[in-house]
Design a protein around this ligand. Structure first.
Ligand SMILES: NC(=O)C1=CN([C@@H]2O[C@H](COP(=O)(O)OP(=O)(O)OC[C@H]3O[C@@H](n4cnc5c(N)ncnc54)[C@H](OP(=O)(O)O)[C@@H]3O)[C@@H](O)[C@H]2O)C=CC1
Ligand SMILES: O=C(O)[C@@H]1CCC=N1
Length: 274
């Protein structure tokens, strides 16, 4: 068995999420020399090589042939074509460990395309880029060493959550995979109003992001529930009460619930159709 950091990890697809995971791995001390990224076009590879000194190639087959661990990081709609091309060109890769980042593609589907592979479905999120992500992990057919390796591989992304049931991957998409976008949307709306109120764009963005960071840091370091932390801000008869009541009256909780269930429904639909 190799030492963990001696495994060669190949990313197939070098887009947003691959970059986030690679950044987290390298920052956590994974040797850049043992990471290779393949992409169908050059620009993102050039940037990854410049930023992290990893190996890169335009040839997916070259990457998987060199790898011990193959990370599938293309869009779900591309996945079947990519997997089929890989297995046809290099059937021996079915003995390697696979990790997939894709939403909405089940273990059963990968097995149709690639055979009885050992696979971890991973669901990271973009804050992995700064080591403050959450990654859901669901293993299928893996050894304890392989699970330990994947845990190690994602340790720099932030927080790993191992899942017992494949359906929970769709749930973690709603809770943490997609949710950075919810917070960015909320912050975008706040920035817009801050600008209407006369703050310049850069200042408004910084004030909103700093407040979000402060609130999240308080919550992470506090025993209090979100409701209790909210109560600490909300003076009786004061300004916060008016703002929060406006959210409540306009159905914020239902809107959040509807949005999260819509994300889950979409993942389930993708699992039926891809
Ligand atoms: N973004 C996110 O927040 C999250 C994404 N995911 C999952 O991660 C996966 C990737 O998403 P994301 O990084 O956002 O998508 P991107 O579009 O940013 O990245 C996909 C990359 O795949 C490349 N690509 C496409 N076809 C091929 C091919 N045949 N061979 C090699 N490379 C190819 C694209 O190249 P090119 O540059 O030429 O287009 C692109 O760089 C998805 O399956 C998604 O479900 C999971 C969790 C969170
Ligand atoms: O939007 C998507 O489908 C991907 C999966 C989770 C975040 N982005």
């Amino acid at each position: 068995m190799k030492q963990m950091n001696d495994n060669m990890v190949a990313f197939i697809g070098a887009g947003n999420m691959a970059r986030c995971v690679i950044a987290a791995m390298v920052k956590a001390g994974y040797p850049a020399d043992n990471i290779i990224a393949a992409n169908r076009s050059q620009p993102k590879l050039t940037a990854l090589a410049a930023d992290f000194a990893i190996h890169t190639t335009l040839d997916n087959i070259e990457a998987v042939t060199k790898a011990d661990v193959i990370v599938l990081a293309v869009k779900p709609q591309m996945m079947q074509d990519v997997c089929t091309a890989l297995i046809n060109a290099a059937p021996e890769i079915s003995e390697k460990l696979f990790v997939t980042l894709a939403a909405g593609i089940t273990v059963a589907r990968y097995q149709q395309w690639l055979g009885q592979i050992r696979l971890v479905r991973a669901m990271p999120n973009t804050p992995s880029l700064v080591g403050l992500g959450v990654t859901g992990l669901f293993p299928s057919g893996c050894s304890n060493y392989e699970k330990a390796f994947v845990d190690h591989m994602f340790s720099g992304t932030g927080m790993n959550v191992w899942l017992q049931d494949e359906a929970q991957i769709d749930h973690i998409i709603a809770v943490s995979g997609s949710s950075p976008a919810y917070f960015f949307f909320f912050m975008q709306a706040m920035q817009h109003v801050a600008e209407q109120l006369g703050f310049d764009a850069a200042q408004a963005k910084q004030m909103v992001a700093q407040t979000a960071l402060g609130a999240a840091t308080m919550a992470l370091n506090s025993e209090h529930s979100f409701a209790e932390l909210r109560a600490q801000v909300t003076s009786k008869g004061g300004t916060t009460h008016e703002a929060v009541t406006t959210f409540a009256n306009q159905g914020l909780e239902k809107m959040v619930s509807d949005a999260m269930y819509a994300a889950i429904k979409r993942a389930q639909e993708m699992a039926q159709t891809l």
